[in-house]
Every structure is written in structure tokens, then in C-alpha cells.
Design a protein around this ligand. Structure first.
Ligand SMILES: *[C@@H]1O[C@H](CO)[C@@H](O)[C@H](O)[C@H]1NC(C)=O
Ligand SMILES: *[C@@H]1O[C@H](CO)[C@@H](O)[C@H](O)[C@H]1NC(C)=O
Ligand SMILES: *[C@@H]1O[C@H](CO)[C@@H](O)[C@H](O)[C@H]1NC(C)=O
Ligand SMILES: *[C@@H]1O[C@H](CO)[C@@H](O)[C@H](O)[C@H]1NC(C)=O
Ligand SMILES: *[C@@H]1O[C@H](CO)[C@@H](O)[C@H](O)[C@H]1NC(C)=O
Ligand SMILES: *[C@@H]1O[C@H](CO)[C@@H](O)[C@H](O)[C@H]1NC(C)=O
Ligand SMILES: *[C@@H]1O[C@H](CO)[C@@H](O)[C@H](O)[C@H]1NC(C)=O
Ligand SMILES: *[C@@H]1O[C@H](CO)[C@@H](O)[C@H](O)[C@H]1NC(C)=O
Length: 219
């Protein structure tokens, strides 16, 4: 009798264990990482001193979209871009919008999308200058929805959005920070935005370190 119930228990246990592993692997294969969007370059001809055409209302940009997933494709809906300019450290006014057509991106691929647009907003006449503390700042934001392709299936839609504040060199018309700029979760504020977020991350790190120390002490 005892032996029978023992084997039943071990059978039950291995069943639960294998269910657990199966669930874990399904979870692993369905887990997705969001694509990242970067502003690779932006060029404002009106601010190019040597071009000397301050009323040119064209704006050129280059985006980079990265799919970090090793085994999932990404299907992007139209990507909406909003270009705004700071007229003081807290407020922006709209300049122009742009759209990148829907496209599909394979596993771990990088897509480059460029465009040029005519500034329509911002007080008419394509006024692309506003000086805050002696500098010109743009606010660039994107939003879209994506579906992930797992084997032959598509997931439901996920929203994706982000933005960044971009300082434009007022004699070359290019962005000051040379590297691609992540359109992430920074606030549309010039001074306080970035530092506030960094403080938030530091607080989170402090908390995690404390948890680890407490766990270490307890065990
Ligand atoms: C700025 O204008 C000059 C003169 O037209 C041109 O040679 C240069 O390529 C322009 N800069 C950029 C970044 O296009
Ligand atoms: C504005 O600048 C762009 C880029 O240099 C140029 O292609 C375009 O012809 C200019 N437009 C006008 C109206 O000067
Ligand atoms: C921007 O907002 C901050 C806090 O909300 C305020 O202290 C500051 O005076 C504002 N600056 C301008 C130029 O409005
Ligand atoms: C900045 O732009 C906003 C929106 O267009 C406007 O309401 C505000 O008065 C402007 N501020 C300045 C200082 O030009
Ligand atoms: C850009 O899009 C926003 C929201 O979709 C809209 O409110 C705004 O009027 C548009 N701006 C221009 C300059 O077309
Ligand atoms: C452009 O707008 C800024 C403020 O937003 C203003 O100071 C500047 O005079 C305007 N420039 C032109 C040419 O209208
Ligand atoms: C260009 O930037 C310099 C300093 O970086 C500033 O002194 C100047 O007023 C700016 N000029 C314009 C037209 O924005
Ligand atoms: C702006 O561009 C000019 C010409 O390309 C360069 O000499 C200057 O160092 C740049 N300024 C900044 C702040 O990047």
C-alpha cells in the first residue's frame, strides 16, 4: 500500500515539474522586447549659416529602428513623427508632422528611414528659430503600434512611443550630440527633465541594492 502511494506521489510530482518547465518555455518563447527608435540625424537648413537661407522651411531627418528580438519579427503600423520647437524651457510649439509608412522588420534587423518635410506650424513662414538660453532646442516624438511575429503567428497590437529633446547647432543646422539619440521616455523640459529621470533610476538602484543586502543578511 505504502509503495503504491509513494509511486503515485512521484508520478504526480514529475507531472507538475514537467508542466512547470513547459509553461516556462512557452513563457520564454512568447516574451518580446520592444523595438527601439533613434533619431540618427536631423538637419535644419535655415540654421546653416554658410547656406544663408534663414527662411528655408525644410527639415530633414533620419530615423533608426532596431528590433532586438532574436526570433521575432516586428510589423510596424505607420510611424507618426512630431517635430516641435521649444520657445521657453517648459513649452513647445508645433512645427511639422511626418509619417513613415508601415513596414515589416525581420529578427534583429535595423531599419533606416529618412524623410524631408516642410514646416507648416510655428507661426507661419516656417519659423524654425526660437532661442532658449541662447540655444535652439527641438522636441522630436514618435508613436506607432506594432505586432510581433512569432513563428507564423502575429500577436495583438502594442503601442510604442517616445521622445527626446534635441539641441540644434545654430550655425551648422545639425544636432549637437553627434550619436543617434534614443527617442525614449524623457520629459519635454529642457533643464529638469533628464536629471529628474536619472534621479528616479538612481533611487530604483538604491532600492534594489538594499533588497539584496537584506536578503544576504537573512540567509
Ligand atoms: C551648409 O551649407 C553649405 C553651403 O551651402 C553646404 O556646403 C553644407 O553641406 C551645408 N551643411 C549641411 C549639413 O548640409
Ligand atoms: C531648402 O534647403 C534644402 C536643403 O538644403 C534644399 O534642398 C531646398 O531647395 C531649399 N529650399 C528653398 C526654398 O530654398
Ligand atoms: C518652467 O516650470 C518650472 C516649474 O514648473 C518653473 O519654475 C519655471 O519658472 C518655468 N519656466 C518658464 C520659463 O516658464
Ligand atoms: C510658446 O508656444 C505656445 C504654443 O504655441 C504659446 O502658447 C506660448 O505663448 C509661447 N510662448 C512664448 C514665450 O513664445
Ligand atoms: C500634427 O499632429 C498633431 C496630432 O496628430 C496635430 O494636433 C497637429 O495639428 C499636427 N501639426 C501639424 C503642423 O500638422
Ligand atoms: C520665431 O519665433 C520666435 C519665438 O517663438 C520669435 O522670437 C522670432 O522672432 C520668430 N522669428 C520670425 C522670423 O518670425
Ligand atoms: C546662436 O548661438 C549663439 C551661442 O551658441 C548665440 O549667442 C546666438 O544668439 C545664437 N544665434 C541665433 C540666431 O540663434
Ligand atoms: C556648431 O557647428 C560649428 C560648425 O560646424 C562648429 O564649429 C561648432 O563647434 C558647433 N558648436 C557646437 C556647440 O557644437
Amino acid at each position: 500500500m505504502a509503495a503504491e502511494s509513494e509511486s503515485c506521489w512521484s508520478c504526480c510530482f514529475s507531472f507538475i515539474l514537467s508542466m512547470g518547465f513547459t509553461a516556462f518555455f512557452i513563457w520564454l518563447s512568447l516574451r518580446v522586447t520592444e523595438p527601439k527608435c533613434y533619431l540618427e540625424s536631423i538637419y535644419v537648413p535655415a540654421l546653416n549659416k554658410s547656406f544663408n537661407s534663414p527662411h528655408n522651411s525644410t527639415l530633414l531627418f533620419n530615423l533608426k529602428l532596431v528590433n532586438p528580438n532574436k526570433d521575432k519579427g516586428v510589423k510596424y503600423d505607420a510611424v507618426n513623427l512630431h517635430f516641435r520647437i521649444f520657445n521657453d524651457s517648459n513649452t513647445t510649439r508645433p512645427l511639422a508632422n511626418a509619417t513613415v509608412d508601415r513596414f515589416y522588420q525581420g529578427h534583429q534587423k535595423t531599419a533606416h528611414k529618412s524623410g524631408n518635410i516642410i514646416v507648416t506650424g510655428g507661426g507661419g513662414g516656417g519659423n524654425v528659430t526660437a532661442v532658449v538660453n541662447g540655444k535652439v532646442y527641438f522636441r522630436v516624438e514618435f508613436d506607432t503600434t506594432v505586432k510581433y511575429k512569432i513563428l507564423v503567428f502575429y500577436t495583438k497590437h502594442h503601442s510604442l512611443w517616445g521622445g527626446a529633446n534635441v539641441e540644434i547647432n545654430n550655425s551648422s543646422g545639425l544636432k549637437v550630440y553627434g550619436k543617434p539619440l534614443r527617442l525614449g521616455n524623457s520629459l519635454p523640459r529642457i533643464v529638469s527633465g533628464a536629471s529628474k529621470l536619472r534621479r528616479g533610476y538612481r533611487a530604483l538602484w538604491g532600492f534594489l541594492v538594499n533588497v539584496l543586502v537584506v536578503l544576504h543578511v537573512l540567509t
